[in-house]
Design a protein around this ligand. Structure first.
Ligand SMILES: Nc1ncnc2c1ncn2[C@@H]1O[C@H](COP(=O)(O)OP(=O)(O)O)[C@@H](O)[C@H]1O
Ligand SMILES: [Mg+2]
Length: 299
């Protein structure tokens, strides 16, 4: 007889998934976040947006960060991108401490940030120009990235001629073209309709399978995090701290059909508990007379 498994369901990994995580942890650490904190001056004294965040991300890992609005997700990714400074703590890429932005850390934002006066190709070339790449060689590279994101026939179009999903593909190509070590994405599909969003999720997974890049992806969509991530970092608010780190037990390759699988559902329930704890406060713990009073007006 086997002894009962002490692990909660969402943490149970099939042998194949466990083997994948074991291999992943043997890969070199590409990015290390070391006791990072960030305070902002507030009306009633300093506001701690992030407190003591530490995290090591391995090569070609895809890490999602989730958490309620205002828990410091954008602050964290902006600091990692070099667009903001921590109050304390450090960030290392390939073991070297970073300061300021660099092409080794590509960024994709939620809002559309393409240059409207540049064509698709010129937008992708921009990343290469910033990285100091010569333009004849850069041009060939840009074409390859545009092909990879499926926009070959749109290379000479302007952003206003593209759909939201296509614009974000260009933003991904622009961020990837300089060959960054890390791709940072802050709710990149947040403004897209559900169907386009689903397409972009599978598209990103396909790109990630083909490109040697480590991804840090911020979202507040729990299903999106489970679909994409190797590990999910759950932040809590006030101050923004790591609440839990979850190794996603859903096998790869992933697809939307797995949404109903037991692993997906168990992870989803755990994330719901962490992110929306009030929904799970059991009403039956209240005295029954407090739940409904006959004759009470609801409004
Ligand atoms: N530049 C800023 N100045 C002052 N407070 C800020 C600034 N940026 C963010 N904050 C505060 O830090 C906290 C985290 O914000 P943010 O990182 O945008 O959260 P999220 O992206 O998770 O919604 C919030 O309380 C926000 O008001
Ligand atoms: Mg944000």
């Amino acid at each position: 007889m086997s002894t009962p498994d002490p692990l909660p369901e969402y943490l149970r990994q099939s042998p194949a998934v466990a083997a994948r995580f074991a291999k992943l942890k043997e890969r070199p650490v590409v990015m290390e976040i070391d006791r990072l904190s960030r305070q902002f001056p507030g009306e009633h004294g300093p506001v701690t947006a992030l407190r003591d965040i530490s995290l090591k991300i391995h090569r070609r890992e895809l890490v999602c960060v989730i958490g309620p609005s205002g828990c410091g997700k954008s602050t964290l990714i902006r600091i990692i991108a070099g667009l903001d400074e921590p109050t304390s703590g450090r960030m290392l890429v390939d073991g070297k401490e970073t300061s300021g932005p660099s092409p080794e850390r590509g960024m994709v934002f939620q809002g559309y940030t393409l240059f409207p006066w540049r064509t698709v190709k010129q937008n992708v070339l921009f990343g290469l120009e910033m990285a100091g790449r010569a333009s004849s060689e850069a041009e060939a590279d840009a074409r390859q990235w545009i092909d990879l994101v499926g926009l070959r026939n749109f290379a000479d179009n302007y952003p206003h001629q593209l759909s939201g999903g296509m614009k974000q593909r260009v933003a991904i190509a622009r961020a990837l073209a300089p060959n960054p070590r890390v791709l940072l994405m802050d709710e990149p599909f947040g403004a897209l309709d559900a169907q386009t969003r689903a397409q972009m999720q599978s598209h990103l997974l396909e790109i990630w399978r083909n490109v040697d890049v480590t991804i840090l992806f911020i979202t507040h969509d729990l299903d999106e995090a489970i679909l994409l991530a190797d590990r999910i970092i759950v932040l809590k608010a006030n101050p923004g701290e790591i609440q839990e780190v979850i190794e996603v037990s859903v096998p790869r390759p992933r697809s939307l059909e797995q949404l109903q699988s037991p692993e997906f559902q168990a992870t989803r329930r755990r994330l719901d508990e962490l992110i929306h704890p009030k929904l799970h406060a059991p009403a039956e713990h209240l005295p029954i007379t407090r739940l409904t009073q006959v004759g009470d007006d609801v409004e």
